[in-house]
Every structure is written in C-alpha cells, then in structure tokens.
Design a protein around this ligand. Structure first.
Ligand code: FES
Ligand SMILES: [Fe+2]
Length: 447
C-alpha cells in the first residue's frame, strides 16, 4: 500500500474537541425558502447596513443540498494546478461532491477530468490507498497518495483497461456479450477548462465558459505567470465547518486585527485593506503592506540577499511587490498572491459542516533553483501552516456558534466588503442570475 507522508495530512487537535461540544440541535430548523429569503434580504442591503446571513445557511442539510445542485455542481471548481500533472500520463485523484475523479494529462497533451467509476460494475478504479504498488499499471508519484503516472487505467475488479482519454481499450472474456460495443463503455468525461494553469471542472456542464468572465482578472494576474509556477506545498485538512465559513474567512482581512494580530496584522493592517468593484464572476481585494514593511522589503530586494526569504516573482509591478492580493472566483476558488508566492486553497465540501481542504503554495520556477531552496521551503511551509492554524481555530468556533440558540444576526464592517459581495453572489444564484445582471455593480472602495 502507498504510504502517506506524515506532513501531508494535518492533525488539528481542537477538531475533536469542537465535535464533542457541537450539539447541532439548538438552532431551530428553517425551511429552504426562508433561508433563501433571508440571504436575498441580506444581499439587498447596502454595505453600510450589511448583515450576516441566517445561521441555517451554514447548517441546514436541505440548503446544502440546494447549494450542491445550484451553486457547486453548476459552477466551476478548481481541482488541480498543471504543475501537479506536468507530463503525459500524469494523473491526480480527488473526490468532489460525491464524484470520484481523475485529472489526467493525456498522450495528446489535453488535460481531462474523468470519472473513476468503472462502466462495468461501478467500481471506483482507484480508491485512496488502492490502485498503486502493483495492483494496477499506475505508480504513485511524489510520495503522495493522490498523484501518479500511468500509460493506461486498469480497473482492478475484472481487469478492464482504459486509455488516458477514458476510452475502453480492452475487456477480457466479453466476446459472448451480444451487441456489446466497447465505444459505449468509456469512463465518463466531465467538462473541464484550464485557466492560467489551474484546472477547473464543471460537474453539471451548465456553467458559462470560465475564461470569458475572467479577462480582467487574467490581465491583473499576468505578471505572476501562474501557469509556469510550481505547486511545492500541499497540506490536507479535515474541517468541521461549512465551506462558506472558510470562503468568507479567506476573503476578509478585518480579522487581521483579531486572530492574526501577531502574524498578518503587523505586515498588512486590517484598516488599509480594500476591495474592488463588484464583478459578475469574482471578488478582488487588496492588502497593502505597512510602509515600514514595504520599505524593508524593497531594501532587501535591492541588496539581493535571499538567504532568509524568497525573492519576489520576476516582473511584478511596484504595487504588486508591496501588497497581497485576494481573489475569489465564485463559488470556491480562493487565491492569495504575495510578492514571492501564490497561495491556493482547494475546497471539497462534504456537508453543511464538513469540508476537506487542501492548502497549497506555488512558487516561480526560479525560486526552486535557489541554493538554499530546502531551507526556504521549510520556512514557507511553516508560515502557511501557522496562519492557517489560526483560521482553523476561528472557523471551527464559528460553526459551533452557528448551531447555538445564542446565535443572532450580526452586522458587517466596511472591511468585510468581500463577505457582502459573496452574499450578493449567493442571492443572485437563488434568483438564477449572476451578480450585476439585474442591478448596478457596487463601486470599488478606492478610486
Ligand atoms: S467493475 Fe471494473 S472491470 Fe468490473
Ligand atoms: Fe485568516
């Protein structure tokens, strides 16, 4: 069996504690229509009167089922970065919203997202921990349980084999099956689009084309050359909270003042953060460095001494070198850009209060050539883990609050504009629209 490197999966001790304490019964149930009405009411308020959503938007099984159909399966979910499957034959497995998936780099260089469900008798052809090490043709890669390389996919149950494009190549002892045509038994292919090196899937096939709605964002990010970057850190977390609790937490920087007062607030004070105008498919926020941090970073860059920190990505503008950027492509793509790295979170919602999360860091290829790369890699890993642990604690505790009878609707700060925009996106989906389709876009917080 393939082994999982100790550092790949994170054990977060407060989780067990949080689960014990969560009674999950104190909030009265609310019918789906009332939850949706509550979201739409919150979304019609201006930012300076903005409120939180009904608690049941984060706890109701019924609302989660609605989201799975109308928000998550209907939207674009990012499943991998091209550096995870760089060559023909490379593949990556993940389960998303009940779909066992393979992201595969084909012999024809195309990237595909296939179902792992065998069209013979439904076996998941590569469940985690099975399908490598001699069971099939695939070999595990990078010491990871979810990445591999193969020339064919083999279902271990009755040994049907599939090409990398999903077509059935061979199936033993099927010659007596009448009217059996191999072409009718391929692994299912899901709609997929690659954007700036990130591989997205649309499970129900209904989403508008991805790249068309993101041309401004692509221009904004061009200097980072995201498609050339390498994903060098990936850590998986079992999260006992709703996926929206994480998305809201990721996108607002008001909480630098609280939980990140020692880590992020000294670098990027909450009060200086601001959010761009409302857009149809994404949210964009800026987190400028404090002047002293910006000046120190410039001096360090001029000296060219990268013994203790990563150099900035080549070709960034002065503004890009003096702030972090936050991006949310609706519904779940979360990206943070720093001058020297890019942080991407992959979300796999499992239920109203369960989420599998992969936190990752991508670096420019030149960073991997640094003589002290190993040391910088360790430092970067520690930084990613440190501030994420702070977020894990607050998100876990927020979910407990959402279940309690002591819960009450809250008010938002202007620094939580990304949260308000996210709520407006959810309200638009409830109306089967997109943000700004049937109202004027909210303006940017800076001219
Ligand atoms: S279930 Fe896959 S070959 Fe039979
Ligand atoms: Fe945070």
């Amino acid at each position: 069996m393939s082994s999982t490197p100790a550092q790949w999966k994170s054990t977060f001790e407060p989780l067990a504690f949080a689960r014990q304490l969560s009674t999950r019964t104190a909030q009265p149930p609310l019918p789906l229509a009332d939850i949706q009405r509550g979201i739409c009411e919150a979304a019609t308020r201006p930012l300076n009167r903005a409120t939180t959503l009904p608690a049941q938007a984060y706890t109701s099984e019924e609302f989660f089922a609605w989201e799975v159909t109308h928000v998550l399966r209907a939207g674009w979910q990012c499943v991998a970065h091209i550096s995870q499957v760089p060559s023909p034959g490379d593949f990556l497995n993940l389960d998303l919203l009940g779909e066992p998936l393979i992201v595969v780099h084909g012999k024809d260089a195309a990237i595909r997202v296939l179902s792992r469900v065998c069209p013979h008798r439904s076996m998941d052809i590569m469940p985690e921990g099975f399908g490598y090490d001699g069971h099939t043709l695939a070999e595990a890669r990078n010491g990871r349980p979810d990445c591999g390389h193969t020339r064919l996919f083999l279902c271990p149950y009755h040994a049907w084999t599939f090409e990398l494009d999903g077509h059935l190549k061979a199936c033993p002892e099927m010659h007596q099956a009448e009217d059996f045509c191999r072409d009718n038994f391929s692994l299912k292919t899901f709609r997929c689009e690659m954007w700036l090196g990130f591989i997205f899937v649309n499970l129900d096939g209904s989403a508008p084309p991805l790249a068309e709605g993101l041309t401004d964002m692509a221009a904004d990010l061009a200097a980072f050359q995201l498609d050339k970057m390498k994903l060098v850190i990936a850590r998986e977390w079992d999260c006992p909270f709703n996926w929206k609790v994480l998305a809201e937490n990721f996108m607002e920087s008001y909480h630098h003042l609280g939980i990140h007062h020692k880590t992020l607030q000294p670098m990027m004070p909450a009060r200086d953060t601001w959010t761009e105008q409302e857009r149809r498919h994404y949210v964009r926020a800026h987190l400028p460095y404090k002047d002293t941090v910006r000046d120190a970073y410039r001096a360090f860059e001029e000296k060219g001494d990268f013994s203790a920190a990563l150099p900035p990505v080549l070709g960034l503008s002065d503004r890009q070198k003096s702030e972090w950027g936050l991006f949310l492509i609706h519904p779940t793509f979360l990206l943070a850009t720093a001058p020297d790295r890019v942080i991407w979170y992959r979300l796999q919602p499992l239920g109203p209060d369960r989420l599998k999360l992969l936190t990752t860091t991508l670096l420019a290829p030149e960073a991997l050539e640094l003589p002290n790369f190993e040391q910088l890699h360790a430092l970067t890993t520690e930084q990613l883990t440190q501030f994420h642990l702070e977020d894990m604690e607050v998100c876990t505790a927020v979910q407990r609050g959402l279940y309690a009878s002591g819960w009450q609707p809250g008010r938002l700060s202007h620094l939580e504009m990304p949260v308000w925009l996210f709520h407006r996106y959810l309200a638009a989906r409830i109306r089967s629209m997109w943000p700004t389709d049937d109202y004027a876009a909210a303006p940017s917080q800076r001219a």
